[in-house]
Design a protein around this ligand. Structure first.
Ligand code: FCB
Length: 456
């Protein structure tokens, strides 16, 4: 039996654009994801989040499912454009009302809300003014965050500022595969810096508002969610090792160092400087960015494998296809990466850690009788959770684990094809059906660990 600590927080995660739908209802403004998906040729198959899982209208039933799973916490994000449609100071009361009802529904069922303030859906009106390349966006974010702390703080003990700044910067602004979909490599470092500044300013706003949580909830805390995909070299050739180091500088150190050490890593800066890219840092920015936080969230799915490639103009790096099994995303199933990222985090901080996302997409098979057999997802979760258990035994302060995702949902530029849910969603009828992995996870939570029978 792999038993977890008594107070271990078992959870499930989603994000607003991926599940809510109701993209233009009740006063919601347009976000960059609305714009991106409404532009032909962007998301696979012309998919959009216009309806998604229709969670906006079905949230009560979805919260009932969370309760039936027995989760202790639910991580979801606020759509900034529901609260402030144009990213300015004019609030939309119906948006506040929606999240108030959602949070109340969670609380009535004893589920602790963990709120992400920014899961990629910037107000389009702010994008029109430059988005994250514009320093002012960081201040707009802090204002919005302050209002959210005031309005929802009593019932939300865990706040995350940003989800995965590295994806926003590189996939959104250099590769152009995620919103806003620009391919301007020279803006990446400015985007990173403004995102981190936004985070820091929001942390300061949090301390200033100092929301007090209800008596039955833990004290409130704020953190950030980083995605960590440790990159390994495909061989022990020095050039391959350097290629892997570079990827780790750009995807890990570039965030960990400013957040926890108050400086940008010299190797990453040198890489950009050689390409004539310089961040626009103002005096005092790194003090904001490195303000103490209360926890660190880490999203982990896989590792990267790279080799040097001097013909690649951007990074001089080539991704190497994994030789082992992969998920439907083509991501290598590599459980030790979960242990590795927790070790890495501990080299920077001794804060409480949460795995804020972990899970897998598979082509689920529906059997006669309607059972959805997803043994591969069960195997995946079990093997990654075993690594979480190993990390705790080795001293990691891992306080909780959130499966990505509660529901099959809109997987960004990949559309509805990849299914990450514990719960299957029929995107024609929007009907929800429990997969076997959902039943399995409920048992894990009920036993607070993985017993012999659940070890499979
Ligand atoms: C993460 C995102 C999340 C989801 C998973 C599969 O990068 O944070 O929204 O798309 O990947």
């Amino acid at each position: 039996m792999l038993t977890f600590p008594d107070d271990f927080v078992w959870g499930a995660a989603t994000s607003a654009y991926q599940i809510e739908g109701a993209w233009n209802e009740d006063g919601k403004g347009e976000s960059i994801w609305d714009r991106f998906c409404h532009t032909p040729g962007r998301a696979a198959g012309g998919a959009t989040g216009d309806i998604a899982c229709d969670h906006y209208h079905r949230y009560t039933a979805d919260v009932d499912m969370l309760a039936a799973l027995g989760v202790k916490a639910y991580r979801f994000s606020l759509a900034w454009t529901r609260l402030f449609p144009d990213g300015g100071s004019q609030p939309n009361p119906a948006g506040f009302d929606f999240y108030r009802r959602l949070i109340a529904a969670l609380r009535e069922r004893g589920i602790m809300p963990m709120v992400t303030l920014y899961h990629w859906d910037l107000p389009q009106a702010l994008q029109d003014k430059g988005g994250w390349t514009n320093r002012d966006t960081a201040y707009r974010f802090a204002d919005y965050a302050a209002r959210a702390f005031e309005q929802f703080g009593a019932n939300v003990p865990l706040w995350a500022t940003l989800n995965e700044p590295t994806l926003i910067a590189f996939a959104g602004h250099a590769l152009g595969i995620k919103a806003p979909g620009t391919r301007r490599f020279w803006t990446v470092l400015t985007v990173v810096h403004h995102l981190l500044l936004a985070h820091g300013l929001a942390v300061e706003a949090f301390r200033e508002v100092a929301p007090a949580t209800a008596a039955d909830l833990p004290d409130p805390g704020i953190g950030i969610v980083l995605s960590v995909r440790p990159t390994h070299p495909a061989s022990d050739r020095p050039a391959d090792i350097r290629a892997a180091q570079l990827m780790n500088h750009l995807t890990q150190d570039l965030y960990f160092e400013p957040l926890f050490r108050g400086r940008y890593p010299t190797d990453a800066l040198a890489f950009f400087r050689r390409r004539l890219v310089r961040p626009k840092i103002q005096p005092g920015d790194l003090d904001h960015i490195s303000r103490p936080i209360d926890f660190l969230g880490i999203n982990v799915y896989t590792r990267g494998l790279v080799a040097a490639n001097r013909f690649n103009p951007a990074f001089g790096v080539r991704q190497v296809a994994p030789s082992g099994p992969t998920t439907a995303m083509g991501w290598e199933i590599y459980p030790p990466c979960l242990f590795e990222v927790l070790q890495l985090a501990q080299t920077y901080t001794d804060l409480p850690l949460y795995i804020t996302e972990n899970g897998a997409a598979f082509a689920d098979k529906t059997q006669t009788g309607g059972t959805i057999a997803d043994q591969d997802r069960i195997d995946f979760l079990r093997s990654y959770l075993a690594e979480a258990h190993r990390a705790i035994a080795a001293g990691a302060k891992l306080k909780g684990y959130f499966v990505w995702s509660l529901l099959d949902n809109f997987e960004w530029d990949e559309g509805y094809e990849p299914r990450f849910g514990l719960i299957h969603v029929d995107f024609e009828t929007l009907e929800r059906t429990w997969k076997q992995s959902a039943h399995w996870y409920r048992e894990v939570i009920a036993r607070n660990g993985i017993s012999e029978t659940l070890l499979g």
